[in-house]
Each structure stands twice: as structure tokens, then as C-alpha cells.
Design a protein. Structure first.
Length: 318
């Protein structure tokens, strides 16, 4: 459908308006209520109204609906007469009653009798933005719940944002991190572990899907803690250069200590077993699994293949 116009004639205006990617309408600025003179096909498609229907009421009234913000509606009212207002995001209602988010802009020239109003469909943009906000909200909850110390690096600007958990993790004020000159110091990477720095470098240049490592760090109070680090470049340019990178540090000191304690107990148990002449076994009555010490198999004269870790092995040996 081509641009519709009233009886007024405009030099090639219809061709120009229909070539524009957004909804565009031309108004007469002399009337008390700005009068619609011309609208392109995209403007008619966005609103769902025919040209004559758009002229029946002021557009800030015609396009408003039950969920339209009244303050924004007043801003739209100021925009339609061609007043110099910043672009506004407005929830309009099409003729069929369906809501649609649009960006409204108004442009006119001093001393001219007409001005242009554009409507840009931003519904998909709003949906993506709301989805992003929801994702960021879930991320903030996850980070807060796990008390993760996070950094967010804007690489082109070399600016790093830190969340509030660095104080609890390392007794470090994020402002002190910002004052550090070396990148590995600002991102809390261990300078004495070249293999960790190499893995970070590999991911930075796109050779790996992400960066992860465990290494010790010393807090501002001199306490040595173990941390699990994870980082990922979340945005690159068309040539693959990194633009934004996000990383987190998780205190795993308690987990490593628990593993070390279990390992120590196991080692003491194994030394005790090797030092006794008794044939020991450990029978789990719930699972039926039986562990036999090497000395036990020596006493019954069987090897591992002939004497697997089952109670049936013991029964067959009797």
C-alpha cells in the first residue's frame, strides 16, 4: 500500500516516505490540533488504521490504551505537534486492540509549516531487553547466594567493574583493585603460576571455550585461601577480538580441606592395613559390597580375579 495523502499536493513526498524503514507521518503544524497530511505504508501497518481513521482523532488519544503510561502519553502529545522532545518509548494499541511498543520521534524545522513524526516498532527490542534484565536478575541472585566475587571487564576501555563480595572473599576493597596497574593483579590471577596465566591467555584469544582453574590467593590479612576461578569472553567483534569478559572467584578452601582430611584418613588406614598381619575386610550390609585387604587374599590363597569384592567370594572360599 503506498503513502496516502489528503487533497494537498507534495512533491514526490509519497515516494520518499514509502522508502523509509519506519512509520512516518507528515503533519500540518498550523492547526490547533496538528492535522495529518500524509502517512507512509509502514505507519499504517504499525497502527493498523486506515489513513482516514488516523485523521479522525488526535493520535495521542487514538493510539492510547488501558496500559499506556499517562506520563508518556503526555510526552507523546507534545511530540505530535512537533515540539522538540527526546525520543520516547510508548505502548500503543493498534486498531485490533493488540498492544505494541514503539519509539516516537518528532522532527520539524523552524519556520516550516509541517513536521514529521516517526513510529519505530521496538517490541522485539523490548522483549530482548526484558529477557536480559530477567537473566541479569537471576545471575545476581545466584552470585549473591554463592557469595561469588565477580569482575566484569570492558576490554576496549580497559574498565573493570567489581561486585561487593570481594571484601568477604579476600578482605579487599574493590577500589584498591582498581588502583592496581598489572592486569593479572586486577583480575586476581596468580603471577607465580604460568600455566594458569597461559590458560587465561588461550581463552582470551579464542582458543578455548572458557577459562577455569583452582589456585591459592593470600587475603589482605595474610590468610591463604584456595579459589576456583571461572571466566568467559561474552562478546567479541566480527574479527574475533574480545570486547567483554566476565569472571568469578569462588572460595573452595573448605572443600579442599575436607578432601585433604579424607585423603589423610585413607592414607592412615592404608598404612595400618599394610602394617598388620591380620586379613582385614570391610562389609557394607546395605550394598553387599565387601572390601578385602591384600593380606586377606594371601591368607585364603586367592588373587583379585578369583576373589572379587563380594560376599559370595568369601562363601565360596569356605
Amino acid at each position: 500500500m503506498g503513502a496516502r495523502a489528503s487533497t494537498e499536493s507534495f512533491f514526490d513526498a509519497g515516494v520518499v516516505l514509502d522508502a523509509l524503514p519506519h512509520g512516518v507521518a507528515l503533519f500540518d503544524s498550523h492547526a490547533l490540533t496538528p492535522r495529518l497530511l500524509q502517512a507512509n505504508a509502514e505507519f499504517l501497518d504499525i497502527t493498523g488504521y486506515a489513513f482516514d481513521e488516523l485523521r479522525s482523532k488526535p493520535l495521542w488519544t487514538l493510539l492510547a490504551g488501558p496500559e499506556s503510561d499517562q506520563i508518556v502519553q503526555q510526552q507523546a502529545r507534545a511530540a505530535f505537534p512537533g515540539s522538540p522532545v527526546p525520543p520516547i518509548e510508548w505502548l500503543i494499541y493498534r486498531k485490533d486492540g493488540s498492544p505494541l511498543w514503539v519509539r516516537v520521534t518528532a522532527k520539524g524545522a523552524h519556520g516550516r509549516d509541517t513536521f514529521l513524526v516517526t513510529l519505530e516498532d521496538i517490541s522485539q527490542y523490548k522483549q530482548v531487553r526484558e529477557s536480559l534484565r530477567a537473566s541479569e536478575g537471576r545471575l545476581e541472585v545466584a552470585i549473591a547466594a554463592n557469595r561469588l566475587a565477580m569482575w566484569d571487564w570492558n576490554i576496549p576501555r580497559d574498565e573493570i567493574y567489581y561486585n561487593e563480595h570481594w571484601q568477604a572473599a579476600l578482605d579487599i576493597d574493590p577500589k584498591d583493585l582498581l588502583a592496581r596497574e598489572e592486569l593479572h593483579e586486577r583480575l586476581l590471577l596468580p603471577a607465580d603460576r604460568p600455566e594458569v596465566l597461559q590458560r587465561f591467555e588461550d581463552h582470551y584469544h579464542g582458543h578455548t571455550a572458557s577459562f577455569s582453574s583452582e589456585y591459592p590467593l593470600t587475603t589482605a590479612r595474610g590468610v591463604r585461601k584456595w579459589f576456583e576461578a571461572y571466566a568467559k569472553v561474552v562478546r567479541r567483534d566480527q574479527e574475533g577480538r574480545p570486547l567483554r569478559m566476565i569472571g568469578v572467584l569462588s572460595d573452595v578452601s573448605h572443600r579442599r580441606k575436607a578432601v585433604q582430611e579424607v585423603t589423610a584418613v585413607q592414607e592412615r588406614w592404608e598404612r595400618a592395613v599394610r602394617g598388620t598381619s591380620d586379613g582385614l575386610y570391610d562389609w557394607d550390609l546395605l550394598t553387599g559390597h565387601v572390601w578385602y585387604a591384600a593380606r586377606f587374599r594371601e591368607i585364603v590363597g586367592r588373587d583379585v580375579d578369583d576373589f572379587p569384592d563380594t560376599f559370595a567370594s568369601f562363601q565360596n572360599a569356605l
